[in-house]
Ligand binder design. Structure first.
Ligand SMILES: C[S@@+](CC[C@H](N)C(=O)[O-])C[C@H]1O[C@@H](n2cnc3c(N)ncnc32)[C@H](O)[C@@H]1O
Length: 265
């Protein structure tokens, strides 16, 4: 087993290695070693491909569905960074919101959207949506919005965690985040952004919504250090596992959990 100091040094050199190695979290947290092979393993190139994903939806979303399914066409391209492909927690969260049904009348903000998958599903369900990420991902998100005919409802905005929330994003009623815990230096930044978006009750003024937004946070555990994110999060939020998802047992086997965060008072 690698010790923590070595893990941290390796993280600094290659922050995305845990996403690629994806070790079994029960197997002692080790990254796969390529030391026993002469030629290091190569990543498959994902350049400018298009995939199609289908999510069964409840009858309340029929207005936006195609034979009971939300269909998303997605450009995927690994060149702008790890967010350029669809990640498992994003699919879990997409499936959950599609099954819950219509989001008509809701204002949705997605953090770390990558390709925009989850936000696009929310748009198909009738919500007004802001999908956000760092600058290199904006192009692929815009492409995906256009490809799914959602330009009137899904808006693409740069939101770097830890920075002030852009003024053009209205107070959301639903906040979504999938597979955003993987790079330790970003942990406090993500917690700050979540806390900025869900002010403590006494800080909500008349301009903001009186009710707190719902926060759905889908997380895939990859390594022990992920716990540090939750140590930081605990200072600002409590959370419970979403209990009404029939797929829960299936994705739990892949170390994925879907959480509902609630701001501490
Ligand atoms: C593993 S990908 C998940 C993408 C998408 N949510 C999904 O489930 O397919 C993590 C995403 O977080 C974004 N991200 C990482 N650090 C960020 C930061 N400091 N500010 C905003 N986004 C960030 C990455 O660019 C990437 O799109």
């Amino acid at each position: 087993m690698l010790d923590l100091a070595l893990e941290e040094t390796l993280d600094e050199l290659d922050p995305l290695r845990h996403l690629r190695d994806d070790p079994d979290p029960d197997s002692g947290d080790r990254a796969h070693s390529s030391s026993d092979s002469i030629v290091p393993a190569q990543l498959p190139s994902i350049l400018n491909q298009t995939i199609e994903l289908r999510f069964p939806c409840s009858s309340s979303a029929n207005l936006h569905a195609d034979h009971g399914k939300i269909i998303i066409r997605l450009a995927v391209d690994a060149s702008p960074g790890c967010g350029g492909t669809a990640w498992p927690a994003g699919e879990v969260l997409s499936r959950y919101i599609a099954r819950r049904g219509s989001l008509e009348g809701q204002t949705v903000l997605e953090l770390g959207s990558g390709t925009g998958l989850v936000g696009l599903v929310a748009g198909k369900l009738g919500a007004e949506v802001w999908i956000t990420d760092q600058a290199p991902l904006l192009l692929i998100m815009r492409r995906n919005v256009e490809m799914n005919d959602l330009s009137s409802r899904v808006h693409v905005t740069e939101l770097d965690w830890g920075s002030p929330i852009p003024r053009d994003i209205p107070p959301p009623s639903l906040i979504l985040a999938a597979d955003c815990v993987y790079f330790e230096p970003a942990f406090p930044l993500l917690v700050k952004t979540l806390a900025d978006l869900v002010p403590r009750s006494e800080k909500i003024d008349d301009q903001r919504r009186r009710e707190h937004p719902e926060v759905l946070f889908c997380f895939k555990k990859r390594r022990k250090a992920d716990k540090r994110f939750f140590t930081l999060l605990k200072k600002e939020f409590t959370w419970t596992e979403v209990a009404d998802d029939p797929d829960r047992e299936i994705y739990a086997r892949e170390a994925i959990s879907l959480l509902r965060l609630v701001r501490k008072r």
